[in-house]
Design a protein around this ligand. Structure first.
Ligand SMILES: [Zn+2]
Length: 479
């Protein structure tokens, strides 16, 4: 018999109201889970339990779903990326940074361990992990206790910079195809993993670096496996212009033409659609086409906002019928802070306080992501769902007064109030500490590995500059 745990008389629970297909508050309720499944959510549980937890001063929420992340590289960019951008590339630092700053493949598990810890500490229980296949990935994902969709990246071309920040492409279709096969092998292993928490996502890296054949075959491989599919699309002005030059179509229209959009497809980040104000493009078709295709969007506000860019806007996409999930594309891997930023940016972009709300972003960060991943058993607290559960401390000073605890969490407390996290009914965070991984040790190793990455920048950068020249410290050193 699996162990049954009863969270008794919780002050607040964000439960799933299946009849109206939305989250709703339960005040003074019980949540019971047995093994990896929730068996009861509501008031007045009267059954048995092996373990009873006092739910007073607790808000119980479903584990968050991180629909887009790069855990194995992003932690290496802390202190480097936040203020780096290339004005000549419409502020995007993507190309210059990713080419010049590349952590060693052998060190990437260190970054991933740090990122996974940040995720767990902010209540993420499921993550789509877009990484290059590095040594030890599967083992680390299993050890973390997270529910991980491994999304090994591959492409037919590599970016390359020349002259005055001209974006070029170095094509090697055979190499892309070989890495596609390797990716499928890893994905198939993940699905079979005995933990039952690992899965896969077929992920040709970008719309501009993959041939239409590779994109189509990838989409088909995902369909055959009943697995989700993702690629970066409409993520920069340069990419938009490149696709228009190559095909006479916007990136979204090109994706539709080659047949890779549908309910199992997630586009990261679908910001530069035809109507975006930075493009001054004459048509206004992309959003309608995107919605009609049923494709999902992984919305990751932080990296773009740091460049001065934003999706225009969350509310508009949502009203058009696009399913939005939320991702942590950069460090910190804090989905609650992404919710807050997404709300604020949507309102600023739309000049409308109704463009986004805590409820809408919480839906995106749970059910929106789950839907995109093809899962109807996560992101919700209801009987029959997976026991992916987060306990939030209502006595945290940042939650008080907890008149509306979701608002306290999103607008003020974020990860500071996250106390305990369960995935598949197993405790992975206790009293704000990760039980499965060694956060402190990984952080110490990360600092060393970051220094080694910085030392290789001069060799990699197209202008042979140092790390310090590309991304100087925020303040000068006192002489
Ligand atoms: Zn990304």
């Amino acid at each position: 018999m699996p162990k049954t745990t009863w969270i008794r008389n919780a002050d607040w629970i964000i439960a799933w109201d299946a009849a109206s297909a939305r989250h709703a508050y339960v005040r003074g309720g019980d949540l019971v889970f047995s093994g990896d499944r929730i068996t009861f959510v509501g008031k007045g549980y009267s059954g048995a339990a092996d373990e009873t937890l006092d739910g007073r001063n607790r808000l119980v929420i479903p584990g968050l779903v991180d629909l887009h992340s790069h855990p194995s590289t992003e932690p290496f960019y802390r202190g480097i990326r936040e203020e780096h951008g290339v004005p000549q590339m419409y502020m995007s630092g993507l190309y210059e940074r990713s080419l010049a700053f590349s952590p060693e493949l052998e060190a990437r598990a260190i970054g991933a361990e740090v990122a996974y810890c940040e995720m767990l500490l902010s209540g993420i229980t499921t993550v789509a992990d877009l990484s290059a296949n590095y040594p030890g990935w599967m083992e680390l994902a299993a050890k973390s206790g997270l529910r991980v969709f491994l999304a090994p990246g591959y492409a037919s071309a590599r970016w390359h910079l020349e002259g005055e920040w001209r974006l070029e492409y170095k094509w090697d279709e055979a190499a892309g195809r070989a890495r596609f096969r390797e990716a499928l092998k890893l994905i198939d292993e993940a699905v079979r993993h005995p933990s039952g928490r690992l899965s896969g996502m077929v992920s040709p890296a970008q719309i501009d670096t993959s041939t239409p054949e590779l994109l189509r075959e990838s989409h088909e491989a995902a369909r055959e496996r009943k697995l989700p599919f993702t690629t970066h699309c409409a993520q920069s002005v340069n990419e938009f212009n490149e696709m228009v030059t190559r095909h006479g179509k916007t990136p979204i229209q090109w994706a539709i033409e080659i047949g890779i959009l549908g309910p199992s497809t997630t586009l990261a980040h679908a910001i530069f659609i035809d109507e975006h104000s930075w493009l001054h493009w004459p048509s206004r078709d992309d959003l309608k086409l995107l919605a009609a295709s049923g494709a999902n969007v992984a919305h990751c506000p932080s990296p773009f906002a740091r460049y001065g860019q934003a999706l225009e806007d969350f509310g508009r996409y949502r009203r058009a019928g696009v399913n939005l999930g939320l991702g942590t594309d950069v460090a910190p891997h804090n989905l609650i802070e992404e919710m807050r930023l997404a709300i604020i940016l949507a309102r600023v972009e739309a000049e409308d306080i109704g463009a986004a709300s805590a409820a809408a972003l919480f839906h995106a960060a749970t059910v929106g992501g789950a839907t995109a991943l093809g899962r109807d058993d996560i992101g919700r607290l209801a009987a029959g769902m997976k026991a992916d559960i987060v306990l939030v401390d209502l006595e945290s000073p940042f939650m008080m007064p907890a008149r509306d605890p979701l608002r306290s969490l999103v607008y003020t407390a974020a990860d500071r109030a996250v106390r305990d996290v369960y995935v598949d009914g197993s405790k992975v965070v206790s009293e704000g500490r990760v039980l499965t991984l060694d956060h402190a040790k990984a952080l110490a190793a990360l600092a060393e590995a970051q220094r080694r990455m910085e030392a290789s920048v001069e060799r990699r950068d197209f202008r042979k500059r140092s790390a310090e020249a590309i991304a100087p410290l925020s303040l000068p050193l006192m002489p």
